[in-house]
Ligand binder design. Structure first.
Ligand SMILES: Nc1ncnc2c1ncn2[C@@H]1O[C@H](COP(=O)(O)OP(=O)(O)OP(=O)(O)O)[C@@H](O)[C@H]1O
Ligand SMILES: [Mg+2]
Length: 172
């Protein structure tokens, strides 16, 4: 038989309930950040378009996304591409003063090529970078056996070229 909850306990329970609710909300947000469910549900192109829509809202630049021959790729690959584009857009927002960025995803038979180019200030590639952005992009892309190439020069904008093998290998 359950006993009634004593009156003096009730406010504490309410408080605990609110706290738990807030923690759940926060965890949901973090999980979404780390493991975007949208990718699985909507696919890469739609998820990217939604992200770009939000990004344009916060930044004074427009993004043109083109996708050729899209097809579903392993979640791990789509996640890596999504993350790297987020990181590239973060750089464009923070460093480039660009007015326009072009992102293209071209699904070839055995390779997905992703290009992210901006018309901003560019930078001197001989200067030693302080940040972690490019390093983490490289690590992500090489973990799925892809390559990342950066092209930039002062006054010339910045271009990232990513190539990812997409063949359904049954082993190396
Ligand atoms: N799109 C861009 N336009 C102009 N400069 C850029 C662009 N992307 C990167 N850079 C330059 O390259 C440097 C290295 O970028 P990276 O993302 O590795 O580090 P960060 O953005 O400085 O820091 P973090 O990404 O760790 O927060 C930047 O500090 C900036 O000078
Ligand atoms: Mg960065």
């Amino acid at each position: 038989m359950r006993r009634a909850i004593p009156e003096e306990v009730s406010p504490h329970l309410n408080e605990a309930e609110t706290l738990i609710y807030e923690v759940i909300q926060e965890l949901n947000f973090l999980i979404q950040e780390i493991y975007p469910i949208a990718l699985q549900e909507k696919g890469l192109q739609t998820t990217l378009r939604e992200y770009i829509f939000e990004w344009e809202h916060r930044n004074d630049a427009m993004v043109n996304l083109t996708v050729q021959n899209e097809r579903g790729l392993p979640l791990e690959t789509e996640q890596a591409v999504y993350r790297v584009i987020q990181e590239a857009l973060a750089n464009i927002a923070r460093h480039s003063r660009a007015k326009r960025a072009d992102i293209s995803l071209v699904y070839n038979h055995e390779v997905l090529q992703v290009m992210i180019a901006d018309d901003g200030c560019g930078f001197d590639m001989n200067q030693k970078a302080k940040g972690m952005g490019f390093r983490s992009m490289r690590e992500r892309i090489s973990s799925i056996r892809g390559t990342l190439q950066v092209q930039s020069a002062p006054g010339q904008g910045t271009r990232l070229i990513i190539q990812i093998p997409t063949r359904n290998g049954t082993g190396d």
